[in-house]
Structures are given as C-alpha cells and as structure tokens.
Design a protein around this ligand. Structure first.
Ligand SMILES: *Cc1c(COP(=O)(O)O)cnc(C)c1O
Length: 437
C-alpha cells in the first residue's frame, strides 16, 4: 500500500473547512471510496502527491492539460505575462489573438465571447438562444453535462415524453419544466418532442461526443438529424464542445463529424489550465450579446491576460502538424491494450474511445446512452480504480468520467498503464461478482 498520511491529514482538515473537503464534488472520490490524494506538483504526464508518490495522470485537470503538466512553452508564456501585469478589466491584445485562433479553427464561429468557465458558457448560450428565438424551452440529453446552471440540473420526468424535474434541491420546479430531457442518440424522441413543443423550443444543446457519462459516441446520423430538425423548427443548435473542442481535432467534433452548429460552447483546453470558457457562433446571433445587443452577460475577469495567454500558447502548439494523429494513436493504443487485457482475463468490459478520450465500462452491454451507461458495474470499477492507483496510475475517480490522454504521455507510460490494467483485470476476474447483462 502507498503511504498517504499527509493526504489523510489534509483531507481531515479540509473537511472542516470546505463542504465535503473539496471545491468540486467528483474530486472527493465519492464513487470509488477512500480519501482523495492531495497533489503537490505535476510534470509532463506525471503528478506527485503530498506524500511524494508518483502517478501517471489520466485526469489532466479534467481535460485542459492536453500538453501535459507545466509545458515549458506555456510556463514561459505565463511568466512573460506576469512581468507585464495580471489583470486590467480593459481590452487587451491577447483577447483578439485567442478569438482569432478559435474563429480560424471553427468556421461555424464568426464571433466569440470569453467567459470564465464552461458553466458560464453554456448558461450564456442558452440565454442568447432564448433571446434570439423568443422561445422559452430547451432540449438536453440525459447524461450530457453542461455545467451546473439551473436549466441543466434536470432529469427526465417519469413517463415517455415529459418535462424535466430538478436533480438538485434549489432548482425551482418551474425551471425544470423548461428543460426537455431526451435519451442521447435517439432522434425519434427528438422528433416527437418537436412535434409536441416545436414552437416553444429555443435550442437543442448536446455534447457532440458525450464525455460526461463515460465516452459515448454519436450514432451515424444523430448529429446530422439534430441539425436538420433544429433548422426546420427555427431552433438554435448548440454544440457543447467544452471537452471536445481542440481535443478531437483542431476544429473539434464539428470538424470530425462535419456538422455545423449555430452556437458552440468552449472551455477547458482553450484556457490551457487556467479558468476559461467561451461561447460563439453565427454573427447574426452573437450580435445580440451586450454591448452590441440587448442580451446581458459580463465578467470581471473575462478575457484576463493569464488565461488568454495559456490558451493562445496551447492552441498554437496544437496546430502543429501531426498533433491529432499522435493523440489518436495514443488513445487507440491504450483502448486496444485495455480491451485485450480485459478479454484475456475474461472480464467483460466495453472500452469506448475517440482520439485522446476514452473510458472503460464494466458492462457487457453496448453503451449508446445514459440508460446503457449506468448498466456498468460500479463495484468492479471501484476495485479497478484502486488497483490502478496502487500501481501508480491515476484514473478519473468515476467510471462515468473520461480518461484524458495528453501529448506528454510517452509510449512507456502507455505500456506501463496497460500492464497495470492487465494485472488489475486478472485480479478482478477472480472475484465472483456478476455483471449486469
Ligand atoms: C466541464 C464541462 C462543462 C463545465 O465547465 P466548467 O469549466 O467546469 O464550468 C460544460 N460542458 C462540458 C461538456 C464539460 O465537460
């Protein structure tokens, strides 16, 4: 067992000071049990906890660190900003540079507004879509995450086609009723919802590749279908590319699947590890945002120099030829390694992968939506997570969070990870628990 006494101490103290001891729930290891590790530093593909243990990191700050920890060029660029000044609350050139990089990468975006988180981006995009269409309702898909604003903390009501009910206390029922929650990958239910409420639906918001219920790929035709239905109904199609933007390709999932949304939400990678979000799209819609238009949205630290520079340097490095091939090769190697190791051990898992995003579902079922994702066995994942952690592999502490591979992960890191997984699957195969079929 690894020695983690300093993490234990810090967590005990932290629990007295912060709700649950953390500043974002999944960090608390609730889904896997045990005590979260307190991290002291990171370097490339590795992180080091406060007790000095080393781990190969597949969380990578939940996605932003696609270059790995402390990429020398990002660090140098941030130091140069610090020598000038931290924040002004006045326009700076870096905002223009990052905006032009984003607009160059995603042709569907003509104008973009910087915010400070993905939550803010999605929340603001919905307000804008409602203003543009003068309609109140939105459609979201079960298992897709769009941050923690009220309209998104909603699940499907019981019964086939019903309005949403809040999943968190504090969200008014009336807010829930404005969100229609449908199964991912199910165009028929989208058509039904539109035939019932079409005139009232301002927007459909979707993760073009779902990565917050584990990784779930869109079925062929799903995104195209959403494009067609929303166009015909005069609704706004919003791609939440907070994870997929600049990860699956320079132009995001919209480039990979060749479908252009009206609005796009960004975050994570475009901040290079600093707090950032952005939403952008057609000029005709974006011109409604204040001060050009009447839709209010503001931010004291929006577009701040440090975050802009971390984003600019990260995106410029990602633009180099071969980047996305390398990420795809690494993701594929890991996915194939996991699949092979699991089947050699006789453990039924479904590994889902696209580019540098992947997840391991402990289920024998094909995973296509939230309902099938949650057939995955939590107890098995919990054991798997612990066995990997003991071997120095830091996975996301939930089966329903994606693993993030970075450019800093070496072939040796991947080989070590696959070996560790083979050992873990072998151990798990001796357990006599049944999988949900
Ligand atoms: C992380 C995430 C968000 C929220 O971003 P925050 O910066 O955590 O507020 C929104 N949408 C998706 C798809 C995400 O993965």
């Amino acid at each position: 067992m690894k020695q983690v006494s300093r993490s234990l101490e810090l967590f005990a103290k932290s629990c007295q000071l912060l709700p649950g001891g953390v500043n974002s729930p999944v960090r608390a290891f609730g889904a896997v049990g045990g005590t979260p590790l307190f991290i002291a530093r990171g370097d490339g593909s590795k992180i080091y906890d406060v007790d000095g243990n080393e781990y190969i990191d597949y969380v990578c700050s939940w996605g932003p660190l696609i270059l790995g920890h402390r990429h020398p060029q990002v660090v140098a660029a941030l130091e140069a900003v610090l020598a000038e000044g931290i924040s002004y609350g006045a326009p700076t050139e870096r905002e223009v540079v990052l905006a032009s990089l984003i607009i160059e990468a995603m042709p569907s975006i003509e104008k973009v507004r910087m915010v400070n988180s993905g939550t803010e981006a999605a929340m603001s995009a919905i307000r804008l879509a409602r203003a543009y269409t003068k309609r109140p309702k939105i459609v979201k898909f079960a298992g897709c995450y769009h941050g923690h604003a009220d309209p998104f903390l909603v699940q499907a009501g019981s019964g086939a086609l019903t309005l949403g009910v809040p999943t968190s206390p504090g969200v008014p029922a009336a807010t829930g009723e404005l969100t229609i929650v449908l199964p991912y990958n199910d165009l028929e239910s989208v058509e039904e919802a539109f035939s019932r409420w079409g005139e009232e639906i301002a927007a459909v918001i979707v993760e073009p590749v779902a990565a917050n219920m584990g990784v779930v790929l869109p079925r062929p035709g799903f995104l195209e279908g959403l494009r067609q239905i929303t166009r015909e109904a005069g609704s706004v199609l919003i791609f939440d590319e907070v994870i997929t933007g600049f990860r699956l390709a320079w132009g995001g999932a919209q480039e990979v699947y060749g479908v252009e949304p009206d609005l796009t939400c960004l975050g994570k990678i475009i901040g290079g590890g600093l707090p950032v979000g952005a939403y952008g799209g057609k000029a005709e819609i974006m011109q409604l945002v204040a001060p050009e238009g009447p839709v209010y949205q503001a931010g004291t630290l929006s577009g701040n120099p440090l975050a802009m520079q971390a984003g600019i340097t990260t995106l410029r490095l990602l633009r180099s030829p071969g980047t996305y091939e390398e990420l795809e090769n690494k993701g594929k190697k890991l996915a194939e390694g996991f699949s092979k190791a699991a089947s050699a051990a006789g453990v039924p898992v479904k590994v889902s992968q696209i580019g540098s995003l992947l997840s391991v579902f402990f289920t024998a079922r094909e995973v296509v939506d939230y309902e099938t994702a949650v057939t995955a066995d939590q107890e098995y994942f919990k054991e798997f997570f612990k066995l990997m952690l003991q071997q120095g592999i830091y996975l996301p502490p939930s089966q329903f969070e994606a693993l993030f591979v970075s450019l800093a992960h070496t072939e040796e890191d991947l080989d070590r990870t696959i070996e560790a997984a083979a050992f873990a699957f072998e151990k798990l195969s001796r357990k006599n628990t049944k999988f949900v079929e």
